[in-house]
Design a binder for this molecule. Structure first.
Ligand SMILES: [Zn+2]
Ligand SMILES: [Zn+2]
Length: 388
């Protein structure tokens, strides 16, 4: 397929007709194939993908299917390309786009809402009521790249301009892939949670969202910021990112220790990133009366929750799914100002052709992998030129 006639391109970035793309067949089966380069429509650009970070959700999608949903069903054997935490270079502009210029470095958020449902009209496009409706005769234009539409384990992807964030020159490709993770933490803390400076925060679970949750909470002026987890090296990293206290739950009772640090009262806010089966009950014991609990992870099974305790203590509980309300732009601003060093959580880089090795490192946490990034050859060679 060639690009639509209305698409603007530049001789600096010649665009081939086809590209290399990883495609999901049966569960756990990825194949490197050739696909047509997609053409950006109105309010969309074509992004040449330079780097992609692997997320636990990618592993989930490739192995189990959900939360990816292609043409209303499981993502298997539908010529679907996963990958959602990517960054790259704008190389073609769809009709009406003047917000971005060809050659701009950008990182992306995942969701472009339909723009016409109740939630999109409230700015809550990650809760779009037309989620996944982007095909056939029910095409509402919703996109969640790497979930309901093609993602980043490829050479090019189409993105709505609402999903783009400018990347400053001095930010590496690898760091730029982490903006959306920091944006997810930002969304949970401020847009949904209403965190203001001076409030106290516990983050449970030092995965990528938890660690950047610590960093963003600290940069927002939270005090104290407490991180709980099971591995000392991750907790150490949490300290470097701004945690005032860390608690290894293998050695200490986290609830008791939090209440001790807080003089018996508990914190204003818990961001739950562990997905442990008793996490909601423990978080409830960690917050003070009227406190808030943000659920950013979940156990696979349904779990019992002490609802009476939540009710008696006026505790607010809410789930977040990914980024929202353009919080990625605010997280990117923190990173541009170097308010925290997100690159601490980037541990490995592989060429895109070695995606399977990269996924294995992420899945099995080989060499204590946290964020594993894959890069396309053009980005790697460009980097070498820049270094000379
Ligand atoms: Zn992700
Ligand atoms: Zn919508």
């Amino acid at each position: 397929m060639a690009l639509d006639a209305s698409v603007k391109t530049s001789p600096d970035f010649p665009i081939p007709e086809t590209m290399k793309a990883w495609v999901l067949g049966d569960p756990d089966q990825l194949t490197l194939t050739e696909k047509p380069v997609p053409s950006p429509k109105r309010a969309e650009v074509l992004v040449r993908i330079d780097a992609v970070a692997i997320c636990a959700t990618d592993l989930e999608i490739i192995h189990n299917g959900p939360p990816a949903m292609i043409q209303g069903g499981a993502p298997f054997n539908k010529n679907f390309t996963p990958g959602h935490e990517y960054m790259g270079t704008v190389v073609a502009l769809g009709e009406g786009v003047d917000e971005y210029t060809i050659g701009d470095r950008v990182t992306v958020e995942i969701h472009a809402g339909c723009g016409q449902c109740k939630r999109c009209r409230q700015g809550m496009y990650t809760s779009c009521h037309n989620y996944g409706l982007n095909y056939g005769d029910r095409n509402k234009g919703h996109r969640a790249n790497g979930f309901t539409t093609d993602g980043g384990f490829a050479e090019y992807a189409v993105n709505n301009i609402n999903t783009l964030v400018h990347v400053p020159d001095d930010m590496s490709d690898e760091e730029a892939t982490l903006v959306v993770t920091a944006g997810t933490a930002m969304y949970g803390l401020t847009e949904l949670g209403g965190l203001v400076a001076g409030e106290s925060v516990v983050v449970t679970g030092p995965g990528p969202i938890g660690l950047l949750g610590v960093a963003v909470a600290k940069a927002l002026g939270a005090q104290p910021v407490i991180l709980t987890g099971t591995r000392d090296n991750r907790l150490e990293m949490g300290k470097k990112l701004g945690a005032d206290h860390t608690i290894n739950v293998r050695n200490e009772n986290a609830v008791e220790r939090v209440r001790e640090i807080m003089g018996g009262k508990g914190v204003d806010y818990v961001v739950e990133c562990s997905g442990a089966s008793n996490a909601v009950n423990e978080a409830a014991q960690m917050v003070n009366r009227g406190g808030r609990i943000c659920l950013a992870a979940f156990p696979h099974e349904a779990v019992p929750v002490d609802v009476a305790y939540l009710v008696r203590n006026n505790i607010y509980v809410y789930g977040i799914r990914g980024e929202g309300k353009s919080a990625t732009h605010r997280a990117a601003a923190f990173m541009e100002q170097k308010r925290f060093d997100a690159t601490l959580i980037h541990t490995h880089t592989f060429p895109m052709g070695d995606l399977e090795t990269a996924l294995k490192y992420a899945r099995e946490r080989i060499e204590d992998a946290i964020k594993v990034v894959v890069k396309n050859d053009h980005a790697v060679s460009q980097r070498a030129e820049a270094a000379e």
